[in-house]
Structures are given as structure tokens and as C-alpha cells.
Design a protein around this ligand. Structure first.
Ligand code: OGA
Ligand code: MN
Length: 316
């Protein structure tokens, strides 16, 4: 059987058929999927039945190395999924109860994920692919949107390209959650110390330039803060204009995989006090800092690299 890729949008995203991702895939199939990711940046696999944890891990691992588990926000009610390699992207507590309104995990993930972001941009080693599998979806709302950051670069005015091409930004959950009014403990302020990322990346697979934006970006090195925030806002507005955004309407059993090096994403609101929404994510690492450790600056040195076999809880 051969793979087919049917575009879902003029700029990015395609539906992949002709492969059962619940079965082991060959190296050749993996290559074809990676080539398609370089082209479309978002792939949708519609299989009708959610992958088991083992299937999702096996499929993701056939495309690269998993991001190490990470823990910083402890859910008050404990961890719902047993495998730390799987991120729980749900509004559920253990026992599948809907999280209460003021639950910190809810506010971090369900509310926080409504901000445009690139997964793990607040880590020195940012994420490569994220693969999200739908187990339970609400009857309305909760779509996920993807913006093409290569098209964002391509369509940027030349004067802005010139202005941003060598800039370095600082990313932290302090900036993204802080914009939503979160307060942090002293320990969290240390744990979430900003990391540096280039504002423009060249994609290793496609060779295309892309803007590296994320709601976690909150500073530009060497710039006054208001000017930095205004430029980041201007670029984000440009990058997320409707023409450059694919909106995914979920069906149970969909697996959507996106390249964090080429896209930003966000979930749209849904009535999360009423409806359960259960998606599970595996994440591949880019394997190396986008800015070398020696150029990360002081704050980061001691907090790095938080991956101590702990459990992933609230994730973006
Ligand atoms: C994620 C994420 C959005 C969603 O899994 O990284 O941001 O639609 N999810 O749940
Ligand atoms: Mn995310």
C-alpha cells in the first residue's frame, strides 16, 4: 500500500492515508512521512480508533527520539496517565472527573494552551514533532489551529525580515502564563528561568526560514521590554492571519502530528466545565539547543536541564 497526502489547506497541513500507524512502520515509510512533514508541517491521520499508549509511543519513536519527561506543575489530584512519556492534554483528573474551575493544571493547560505557542520553546532544547491523539472530544468547540511559521517568514515585509533576522529572544512559561495573570512561587521563578531562542530558524529538513514565535517569548536580548513585546505582538499578528492558519476539527481516533520548528498552534475554547476532552501527546526532541548552552546567559545555567525522569503533567 502506498502513502497518500491530501492537502487540507492551501498553505500547510495534509491528511495522510495508506498506512496503519498502529502497526510498526518501515524505515521507508518513516522517510516518506518525514518528507511530508517537511512539506506540510502538519499531518492528520484519521483512523477512527485512538492509538493505545504502546502504539502511539512506537509510532512516534519510529520518527525520532522522544523528548525527556519534564515536571514542574504538580496537579493537586495526582497523575491520570500511567506512562510519563505521554503528556495528558485533558481537562480530567484521575478517575476521569472534570477538573475544577480553579485547578492549576486546568488553568495552565486548558486555558494556557489557548495562547499561540510552539511546544517546549521554554526549554533550551525545543520540541521537534508533537503527535496528539484524540480519545474523547467535546461536541462543540475545542478545535486546534496551526499557523505556518515558514509562510509567516516568506510573507514578512523585507524591512521586518532585515530587522528580525539576527535577533535572540527569551522564552519562559513566566511570560506566557504571566500574561494570563498567573503568580509564581520562588521555586517556580527559578525553575522557569528564561531560555534563549533565535527569532528566525532555518529548518533542517526543508531548508526554509521560519519565525520562531511562541507565547512563551517575552524578551528580545538587548531590547527595551515594551519595544520587544510590541515587535513580538506585531510578528504574531502577521504569522497568525487567517490565510496562514489551518483549523483542525477533531474526530475520535485522529492523530495530528505537527512540526514545532515550522508551526505554532493553539486550542480554541470549549465548555470544559461541562464536556470532557481527552487527548494524549507524545513529543520528539530536536536533540540540541537552538542557541548553544555557552550562549544561554546566567539565569539558565542552574535550572537546566530539568529532565530527571519526572512526570510530565501540565504541558504546552
Ligand atoms: C499540545 C496542545 C492543543 C489542544 O498538545 O501541545 O497545545 O488542542 N494541544 O489540545
Ligand atoms: Mn502545545
Amino acid at each position: 500500500m502506498s502513502l497518500t497526502f491530501t492537502p487540507l489547506h492551501p498553505v500547510l497541513a495534509a491528511e495522510c492515508a495508506g498506512v496503519d500507524i498502529g502497526e510498526p512502520i518501515t524505515a521507508r515509510t518513516a522517510d516518506e512521512i518525514e518528507d511530508a512533514m517537511d512539506r506540510y508541517a502538519v499531518l492528520v491521520f484519521r483512523r477512527g480508533t485512538p492509538l493505545t499508549t504502546e502504539q502511539q509511543l512506537a509510532f512516534t519513536k519510529s520518527l525520532g527520539e522522544l523528548e525527556p519527561p519534564y515536571r514542574k506543575i504538580q496537579p493537586e489530584e495526582g497523575v491520570r496517565l500511567d506512562n510519563p512519556a505521554l503528556s495528558d492534554i485533558s481537562n480530567l483528573a484521575p478517575g476521569d472527573k472534570i477538573l475544577p474551575r480553579d485547578d492549576r493544571k486546568r488553568l495552565f493547560a486548558i486555558i494556557g494552551n489557548q495562547l499561540w505557542h510552539s511546544d517546549s520553546s521554554y526549554k533550551t532544547i525545543p520540541a521537534r514533532y508533537s503527535a496528539l491523539c484524540a480519545h474523547v472530544i467535546p461536541p462543540e468547540g475545542g478545535d486546534t489551529e496551526f499557523a505556518d511559521m515558514r509562510a509567516a517568514w516568506d510573507t514578512l515585509e523585507p524591512r521586518l525580515k532585515e530587522k528580525v533576522k539576527d535577533l535572540v529572544t527569551e522564552h519562559s512559561r513566566i511570560f506566557s502564563k504571566g500574561a494570563l495573570g498567573f503568580n509564581f512561587t520562588e521555586q517556580e521563578l527559578k525553575d522557569f528561568a528564561p531560555v534563549r531562542q533565535p527569532l528566525v530558524r532555518i529548518h533542517p529538513g526543508s531548508g526554509r526560514h521560519s519565525l520562531f514565535l511562541s507565547s512563551h517569548a517575552g524578551r528580545i536580548v538587548g531590547w527595551p521590554v515594551p519595544e520587544a513585546l510590541m515587535l513580538l505582538r506585531e510578528l504574531t499578528e502577521h504569522a497568525t492571519q487567517r490565510e496562514l492558519v489551518y483549523r483542525h476539527k477533531w474526530r475520535v481516533g485522529d492523530l495530528v502530528m505537527w512540526d514545532n520548528q515550522a508551526t505554532m498552534h493553539r486550542v480554541r475554547s470549549f465548555d470544559d466545565m461541562k464536556y470532557p476532552r481527552d487527548l494524549r501527546r507524545t513529543t520528539l526532541t530536536t536533540g540540541a539547543p537552538a542557541i548553544p548552552m555557552s550562549k544561554q546567559g546566567g539565569a539558565r545555567q542552574h535550572a537546566e536541564d530539568q529532565h530527571s525522569g519526572a512526570i510530565t503533567t501540565a504541558t504546552q
